[in-house]
Design a protein. Structure first.
Length: 487
C-alpha cells in the first residue's frame, strides 16, 4: 500500500507535467510531488506496519532506514521545488534555460525524486544499483539542461565517473550473488537475506565483493578519490539541482555503503573492511580540507565540503559501533538540510551578482541580507558550531574515533579545523568586500521572490530547532534503525 502510494504520486506528477502546457502548473505539481512523498512517509510511520515486503521475491520493501532516507529526500526536494518555482522562471527570463527545455527539465527534476525513492525502497541489491544509475542519468540531465557548454561538459563527466565506478559495483553484485549461492545454497541479492546469512559467507570472498561495491557507492557519495566529477557538477548546476545532488543523491551512495557494511555484521570480513573505510574517510577529509582552502567560488567550496563530510561519515561507519552508526544517521540528516540551505543562499547571491566568485560580490549584506544570513548560519552549521545540528553528531563521532586511536582523532581534528578555516575565509572575504564610488551605485538589487525566501527561512528555522532540541521520537526512530540493521 505504501509503495503503491509512492508510485501513484510519481506517476500523477510526471503525467500532469507532461500533459499540461502551462509552466505554472508544472511548478505546482513538483511541489505537490514532494509534499505527497513526505506525507506518505509520515503516514507509513504512523501506521507502524514496517518493515513491509512486496512481491513474491521480496524485491521491494519499506523499512525504517529506507523511510528515514525517503523523508530526508522528500523534505529537501519539497524545499527545492518551492525554491525552483520562481528560480526556474528567472532562468528562463535570463536565457540560461530555454522555454523548449523547461518542461524537459521539470520531468527530469521529478523523475530524479522517483528514482531516489525507488532506490531506498529496493530490497534487492540489483534493483538498488539500477535505480542509483537512473538517478545519475536524471541528475546529469538537470545539469546539462542549462544553456552552457560548461554544463554539458560537467554533466558528461558526472555520468562518466559515476557510471564507470558503478561498473565495479556491478562486479561486486555478481560476487555477492556467487557467495550467497555457495554459502546459503541459493543465490540471493536481497538485503535482508544477505544480512541474516552473512555469518555463513566465506570471509575473503565477501570482503572482495564489498570492496567492489564500495567503489561505485563511494563515487556516488563523493568519497575521494572517486569524487572528481562532483565539485564541477555541483558548481555548474542550478542551485535547486545542486541542493538535490549534495543533499539527496549523495545519500544514495552512503546508504549503499551502510547496507553493504551491515551484511558484514556477522562475518569476520568486517575486521579487514573497517580499516579500509577509515583510511578512505581520512583521505577524503584530507583532500577536501586542503582543496577548500584554494576555492574562490561559493558553490565549489560548498561542493568540496560535501566531500569532507561524506569522508567523516565514512570514518564513523568504519568505527563500526552502534553509537557511531546512530550519530552517522543523525549526521546525514543534519548535513542534508544544512547543505540545502547553503546552496539556496548561494543561489540568491548568484542571481544578484551573476557570479559565484565571492570576491566579486560587493555589499552582499546590503543587497541580499537574507541570503547573507543564510550563508552565515549555514557556514557556522556546516563546520559544526553549536547550537546547530551538526555539532552534536560531529562531537560524538570524534569521541567514537578516539576509541579507535588517539592519533587518528588528532589527525581528523586537524583536518576539520583546516576545513573550518575555509568557511571563515569565505565569510571574511565576502562581507569585507565593500564597493566604492560608482560601482556600488550602479548595482541594482535583485528582488528575491517569495518561494526562494520561504525555503531559506524554513531551513534556517529547522536547523536551529534541531540544533537545540533532539526530539525523543527522532531519537527512538534512529535507535530503531540501528537495531534493524543488526549493527
Amino acid at each position: 500500500m505504501i509503495l503503491a502510494a509512492y508510485a501513484v504520486a510519481s506517476a500523477m506528477a510526471l503525467a500532469f507535467i507532461s500533459i499540461f502546457k502551462w509552466n505554472s502548473i508544472t511548478r505546482v505539481f513538483s511541489v505537490l510531488h514532494g509534499a505527497a512523498y513526505l506525507g506518505i512517509s509520515i503516514s507509513a510511520l504512523a501506521l507502524g506496519k514496517i518493515p513491509t515486503y512486496y512481491f513474491g521475491g521480496r524485491y521491494l520493501f519499506i523499512d525504517r532506514f529506507g523511510i528515514y532516507e525517503i523523508m530526508i529526500a522528500s523534505a529537501v526536494f519539497l524545499f527545492a521545488a518551492v525554491y525552483a518555482m520562481p528560480h526556474s522562471k528567472e532562468l528562463v527570463q535570463s536565457g540560461e534555460l530555454s522555454e523548449k527545455n523547461f518542461k524537459f527539465a521539470y520531468l527530469a527534476f521529478n523523475a530524479l525524486l522517483a528514482f531516489v525513492v525507488a532506490a531506498f525502497a529496493s530490497n534487492s541489491l540489483a534493483l538498488f544499483w539500477i535505480f542509483a544509475e537512473l538517478s545519475t542519468a536524471s541528475a546529469a540531465l538537470l545539469i546539462a539542461v542549462i544553456n552552457s557548454r560548461k554544463n554539458i561538459d560537467a554533466a558528461l563527466k558526472y555520468v562518466f565517473v559515476n557510471s564507470t565506478a558503478m561498473v565495479f559495483s556491478f562486479i561486486g553484485i555478481i560476487l555477492i550473488f556467487l557467495a550467497s549461492e555457495h554459502s546459503l545454497g541459493h543465490g540471493t541479492l536481497n538485503w535482508d537475506e544477505l544480512a541474516a546469512g552473512s555469518g555463513l559467507f566465506e570471509p575473503t570472498l565477501l570482503a572482495v565483493a564489498f570492496v567492489f561495491l564500495f567503489i561505485g557507492f563511494a563515487a556516488k557519495s563523493g568519497i575521494a578519490p572517486f569524487h572528481t566529477a562532483l565539485p564541477h557538477a555541483y558548481s555548474k548546476a542550478p542551485s535547486a539541482t545542486g541542493a538535490l545532488l549534495s543533499a539527496v543523491v549523495a545519500n544514495i551512495g552512503i546508504y549503499g555503503i551502510i547496507r553493504a557494511y551491515s551484511i558484514l555484521g556477522g562475518n569476520s570480513a568486517r575486521l579487514s573492511i573497517s580499516p579500509i573505510l577509515i583510511a578512505f574517510g581520512v583521505g577524503s577529509v584530507s583532500l577536501a580540507a586542503l582543496s577548500m582552502l584554494q576555492q574562490t567560488s561559493t558553490k565549489k567550496l560548498i561542493a568540496f565540503s560535501s566531500v569532507e563530510h561524506m569522508g567523516l561519515v565514512l570514518i564513523g561507519i568504519g568505527v563500526g559501533t552502534q553509537q557511531a552508526l546512530f550519530w552517522v544517521l543523525f549526521y546525514i540528516m543534519a548535513h542534508s538540510l544544512t547543505k540545502a540551505l547553503l546552496f539556496f543562499s548561494s543561489g540568491v547571491l548568484h542571481r544578484q551578482y551573476k557570479t559565484n566568485k565571492f570576491e566579486k560580490m560587493p555589499d552582499a549584506l546590503k543587497f541580499q541580507p537574507l541570503a547573507s544570513a543564510g550563508l552565515i548560519i549555514g557556514s557556522c552549521a556546516i563546520i559544526g558550531m553549536p547550537p546547530f545540528p551538526i555539532f552534536l553528531p560531529k562531537l560524538m563521532l570524534l569521541i567514537q574515533i578516539n576509541g579507535v586511536s588517539t592519533w587518528l582523532l588528532a589527525a581528523v581534528l586537524l583536518l576539520l579545523v583546516i576545513a573550518s578555516v575555509s568557511f571563515v575565509l569565505l565569510l571574511s572575504k565576502l562581507f569585507s568586500n565593500v564597493s566604492t564610488g560608482e560601482a556600488g551605485q550602479q548595482l541594482k538589487r535583485f528582488e528575491v521572490p517569495f518561494g526562494m525566501k520561504f525555503s531559506i527561512v524554513a531551513l534556517i528555522a529547522i536547523i536551529i530547532i534541531l540544533g537545540v532540541f533532539l526530539p525523543d521520537a527522532l531519537k527512538n526512530f534512529i535507535s530503531a534503525i540501528v537495531r534493524e540493521l543488526r549493527w
